[in-house]
Design a protein around this ligand. Structure first.
Ligand code: COA
Length: 505
């Protein structure tokens, strides 16, 4: 039994055990659905205990490698992805990661990885496309008397994992603010086709579901107490490049308002995680805007500041992604933030139907973009995985405006972010409306491929690479091949080839 005030269900408090004991309940080869989204709400103790067990077992003579398949909401933290990847304990990882050890295993071929649109993962699980889920390992902020769960700092895929798993293990984290209770909105109206109904959410502030996660107590095989904070890196202060990018976007918004194409409160904003999106939020906060809304995936530090100043009136997301300072600010002022932030499961926070209906302004990062507006968000030089597509496709394809941002060069100017042809495509030319670098903003709406090439080269390319891009485009145009989307096929990826061979594009 537990005297923990966070564990009120008598049946479940009898299943209390240590992280090491709980880790023993996870068999080799299991499909394990874990909580966690962008460094928030991930289990903090059992993955480490499991990694110790894997290390021990794998060191035994003639050991058969012990590995599991790890499905989450999105990225987690070193205490989950890092520790399990370090002991080579992950066979298959999905749907998103940003961990350096995972990344290197994915790229050296010792870990399989599938990156999915984050809104779609639960549908894949419900449909059985991913196989049977054996165990769900979920961090919660508390267990109520009736066995229902108070979600933690992210919801992600937790509703789906709890429904789909044969067995459930809970980590009850007393470090999570108890006042998170009531901030969540878990929607139980989803279904597989042909039984789907419209999702009746017409404003980011709407609540359409329950405050708690339903959980059948008979499936819970272990409860573990933890007291550890979420972990995210602090943001870099805005530099000159990110300030310039933010400036171009703000000028663009102001012009669209003047033209009557955006209301003065804009439309619900979605902002990817990262230093540049955070700088854009800072820019918006310093501007004339009031009463904006966010329909997004994660709440980062910039959004807290915008809520504080009244620039933003409400934010809907699936998770927090706060720096240590951001967590402290949130914890100290949770009474202020409680009714302004709604956390939903990721199949709702990122739902294509909702992004389209609300007319989201999607702002995400890119690795490279080509002359015609195709965007690569995931692969370095076409073969090496960076993080994954995450929610960028959910919002970019379905949003009212899809904006992609990046410095015009990478690696101290050795790489151009604007290339003749992208080495991998995540967002096609059909989904990309605006490209922004520190050089300028290319508005691709209503432009043909050839017009787009002019706009992107002139507005976004770094001057060091502009002449070579123009030269490529002109030669492609006059090569006697197709004039709709001119390319020199033998040269299209030569910039990447040159970088691999010489370290300079
Ligand atoms: N070639 C090689 N490396 C490149 C590159 C290119 N064309 N462009 C960027 N990089 C490298 C940078 O050098 C940097 O590496 P470093 O830290 O080792 O120097 C890294 O990629 C990140 O680039 P940065 O410019 O700092 O941008 P970022 O942190 O905003 O990340 C993405 C950009 C595309 C990687 C990131 O936005 C992402 O993962 N997007 C996909 C998921 C997504 O959009 N989610 C949003 C929904 S919430």
């Amino acid at each position: 039994m537990s005297d923990n005030a966070r564990i009120l269900c008598p049946v479940l408090s009898k299943r209390l055990m240590s992280a090491e004991e709980a880790a023993e309940l996870i068999p080799a080869g299991a499909n394990v659905g874990m909580s966690g989204f962008t460094g928030a709400g991930y289990p903090k103790a059992i993955p480490g205990a499991l990694a110790d067990r894997i290390r021990r077992l794998n060191a035994e003579p003639n050991a058969k490698p012990f590995r599991i398949n790890v499905w989450t909401g999105a990225s987690t933290a070193p205490e989950l992805d890092g520790v399990l990847a370090e002991v080579d304990g992950i066979e298959m990882r999905l749907p998103f990661q940003s961990d350096p050890i995972c990344r290197s295993r994915i790229n050296n071929g010792t870990m399989d990885y599938v990156d999915y649109h984050l809104s779609e993962v639960s549908q894949y699980a419900w449909s059985g496309f991913l196989g049977k889920m054996d165990i769900a390992l979920i961090e919660v902020a508390g267990i109520r008397e009736d066995g229902s769960l108070i979600p933690s700092s992210s919801i992600g895929n937790n509703k789906t994992w709890i429904e789909q798993a044969d067995k459930i293990i809970l980590e009850v984290n007393s470090k999570q603010n108890a006042k998170l209770e009531g901030m969540h909105d878990v929607y139980y109206g989803t279904a597989l086709p042909p039984n789907r109904k419209p999702i009746m959410l017409t404003d980011p502030s709407d609540r359409i579901g329950e405050k708690y996660l339903a959980c059948p107590p008979e499936k819970v095989i272990a409860v573990v107490e933890t007291a550890a904070p979420d972990r995210n890196s602090p943001f870099k202060p805005s530099d000159d490049v990110s300030k310039k990018i933010a400036g171009h976007i703000l000028d663009f918004f102001n012009k669209e308002i003047e033209l009557g194409r955006l209301p003065k409160e804009l439309l619900p904003i979605q902002s990817g995680v990262g230093n540049i999106p955070n700088a854009v939020l800072e820019g918006l906060d310093a501007g004339p805007y009031k009463g904006l809304t966010a329909f997004t995936e994660v709440i980062q530090d910039g959004m807290l500041k915008m809520l504080k100043s009244g620039t933003l009136k409400v934010a809907s997301a699936t998770a927090f992604s706060l720096s240590p300072d951001g967590i402290a600010e949130f914890d100290e002022n949770i009474d202020f933030y409680r009714d302004k932030i709604i956390l939903r499961q990721q199949d709702i926070s990122n739902h294509p139907e909702l992004a389209r209906r609300l007319g989201v302004i999607a702002m995400n990062g890119l690795i490279e973009c080509d002359l015609y507006g195709n965007v690569n968000s995931t692969h370095i030089m076409g073969t090496r995985m960076m993080n994954g597509i995450g929610g960028s496709g959910d919002f970019a394809r379905n949003g009212y405006l899809s904006i992609f941002v990046s410095p015009s060069t990478a690696k101290d100017g050795a790489i151009s972010a604007i290339v003749p042809m992208v080495s991998h495509v995540d967002h096609t030319e059909h989904d990309v409306k605006i490209i922004v670098t520190e050089q300028g903003l290319a508005d691709l709406r209503g432009l043909s491929p050839r017009q787009r090439a002019h706009e992107i080269i002139n507005k976004c390319a770094h001057p060091d690479f502009r002449p070579a891009l123009i030269d490529y485009y002109e030669r492609a145009l006059h090569s006697g091949r197709g004039m709709h989307t001119p390319h020199l096929l033998e040269e299209a990826l030569s910039w990447h080839q040159r970088y691999e061979e010489t370290g300079q594009m």
